[in-house]
Design a protein around this ligand. Sequence first.
Ligand SMILES: [Zn+2]
Length: 199
Amino acid sequence: MIWDKVFELAWESLQAKSYPVGAALVDPAGEITHSGRNRAAEKSAPPGRLFGTTIAHAEFDVLGQLPQDEYDGYTLYSSLQPCLMCSTALRLVGINQVVHAGADPLRNATDEVPAVLPELIAGRWPRRTGPADGFAGSWGSLLPAMWMVAYKPDAVAEPSDLMPWATIERARRCVAGGVLECGSAAEAYQLAASLSASD
Ligand SMILES: [Zn+2]
């Protein structure tokens, strides 16, 4: 199950205090060939992988593992809507389909970038599908919101364009309810879902 893998990786990031985003590359047969996660706050990583820098994004972690090749029919799955940097990197690598779980409204403008690019580049700009329905969509957005509440509380002290206020409030209940101390991604989701059931 692709989302299970992607969210396990996002959970690993959260446990390491990195921004919680996971990603996986899926080949035309539906198999995961590479996976990665955000390591922005970490002091180590497997050889050749980014860590300890703001640009250590999950999608970048996947793309940085790929040899120069053809990737027609491949799809990158991410737990969160990709940023402009990662969308550009997808275009350069030649992967033109991206599916994301959670929404990040700040990144919607990425879809409008092809309009200002030459046709040669714009024609293969990654097609974005998301946010996902149900579990994946809500959990993909809630993980970064919990990270903000736990590690950047001043940035979410009051409503702003950063994230929907309802998501921030839900994240506060999850952090207060002990979701970050759960032993696994599955356990964390179960607890978050039960805390949200009383919304
Ligand atoms: Zn990115």
